[in-house]
Structure formats: C-alpha cells, structure tokens
Design a protein around this ligand. Structure first.
Ligand code: SF4
Ligand code: FES
Length: 248
C-alpha cells in the first residue's frame, strides 16, 4: 500500500505546531498502525530527520498509552480497539491518513503526538483506590458474597485502561466516562463502600480542577471507547455524587 500521511509535528509544549505531509510506500496491510509509524520513523532517521514522537507501551490494548486521533476519530475508524490494535488493512491503497494528538485543555501536547495525561493520575490519586488492612487479619475478598450482576458490572467498569479517548472525542473534553468507570468499579462492590462518600466527592473535585468540561450526554465517548465503557457508569457516578453531597 502507498499512503499519504498528514502528521501533527510540534517540537515542544511551547511550539505552535503544524501538519506535515509524509508519503510512505510498500506498507503491508498486515502491519499494525504503530508498526507503520515505526517504518516511517526509520526512514526519517535514515534521512537525518527527527522521528515522530508517539506514546506506546504494551501494543496489545492493555496499557492505554497509544493515544492517536486518526482521520478525526480517537483510535481510528474501527470500534472497540486501541490504536495499537488497528491494522493497515482498515485503510485503502492511496488513502490520505490524518494523525493528530488528543486535543483537550487538560491534555496539553508535550511533543508531536504525545500529550500529558497525568491529570488522569491525579484524579485516581484523589480517590480511585480502596484502603485495606494488611495486618494479617484481612478477610479474604472471596469470602464476601457479591451479586453476579454487580460483579460483572464492576468488572466491566474496571476494564477502563485510562487511555483518554473519551475526553478526546467529547466536544466538551469531559472526563466523565473515565471518572464514572473508576467510581463505579468500587461503588458496585462491598469493599468500595467504606470510602465511597469521600471517593466520589474528591475525584469529581479533582476532575473539575484539572479543567475537563461538563457532560452534555452526546455519547461520543461511549462510541469511541476502546473498552466499551457504558454511559450507565456516568449515571451511576451522578447518583453516587448526589448521595455523597446529601451526606455532607
Ligand atoms: S472510559 Fe474508555 S475511552 Fe475513557 S479512558 Fe477509559 S477506556 Fe479510555
Ligand atoms: S500500546 Fe498499550 S494499549 Fe496501545
């Protein structure tokens, strides 16, 4: 396949940045999208040019670091996959592919296609955990009976990989799907009840302080989420927030 890539290049956080055209030839349809970028980078290095910076780690849909906006969609045109799971056979020979970083005030561009997503880490630190007594008297978690539907929904919420596609695809740059998933995975389990009030209040407060926008129920986040996290998690978080606020 021969392709024309239009890639966002930005030297650093202060650089204005611009789209740059890169033709690329002999791309195998069986390559992953990131492997195609590896080939481009090898060519750029051989020509003495700076390679394109992009985030990646596991390359198997687990870590959530491969955050690319491809042809106007977070993680590209396929559904329920991350950029590293996207294959070049999805595109047509001769096609022009536009590749941009996530765009959101709370995710500033560091370089080229790499954005700073530490805002998500700070939201997690604000309450995305449970405190467990590990003194030796801890009750085995499996000894506590949990309704099957609640266990399944908690597990589904826990599959959120923190990639940020929900924010990038939202016209308001809202992080409600991410925070909803992180609140829900504990709200549905007995182990999460002890810190439930503080958790939702603190995580939502941190989310607002980071500069993420409000949810206006557009639903783009759910469509673009590689893990199929449901909007029901936002509704659950709102219920948790209302209940926590009334408790004071
Ligand atoms: S909710 Fe989905 S899109 Fe948002 S961070 Fe989690 S996995 Fe990524
Ligand atoms: S590189 Fe880890 S999810 Fe894509």
């Amino acid at each position: 396949m021969d392709l024309k890539l239009k890639i966002w290049r930005q030297k650093n956080a202060n650089d204005k940045g611009k789209m740059v055209d890169y033709p690329i030839s002999n791309v195998s349809p069986d390559m992953s999208f990131l492997e195609m970028l590896d080939v481009l980078n090898n060519e750029l290095i051989e020509k003495g040019e700076a390679p394109v910076s992009f985030d990646h780690d596991c390359r198997e849909g687990i870590c959530g670091s491969c955050s690319l906006y491809i042809n106007g969609e977070a993680h590209g045109p396929d559904r329920l996959i991350t950029t590293c799971q996207l294959h070049m056979r999805t595109f047509k020979d001769g096609e022009t592919i536009t590749i941009e970083p996530w765009r959101a005030k709370a995710f500033p561009v560091i370089k080229d296609l790499v954005v700073d997503r530490t805002a998500f880490d700070r939201i997690q630190h604000a309450g995305g955990f449970i405190s467990v007594n590990t003194s030796g008297n801890t009750i085995d978690a499996n000894a506590i009976p949990i309704n099957k539907a609640d266990a399944d929904n908690a597990f589904m919420a826990a599959t959120c990989i923190g990639c940020g596609a929900c924010v990038a695809s939202c016209k308001n740059s809202s992080a409600m799907l991410f925070v909803g998933a992180k609140v829900s995975q504990f709200a549905l389990l007995p182990q999460g009840q002890v810190e439930a009030t503080d958790r939702v209040l603190n995580m939502v407060k941190q989310m607002d302080e980071e500069g993420f926008g409000n949810c206006t129920n557009t639903g783009a986040c759910e469509v673009e989420c590689p893990k199929g996290i449901s909007l029901e998690n936002i509704a659950r978080m709102n219920r948790e927030y209302l209940s926590a606020s009334l408790k004071g």
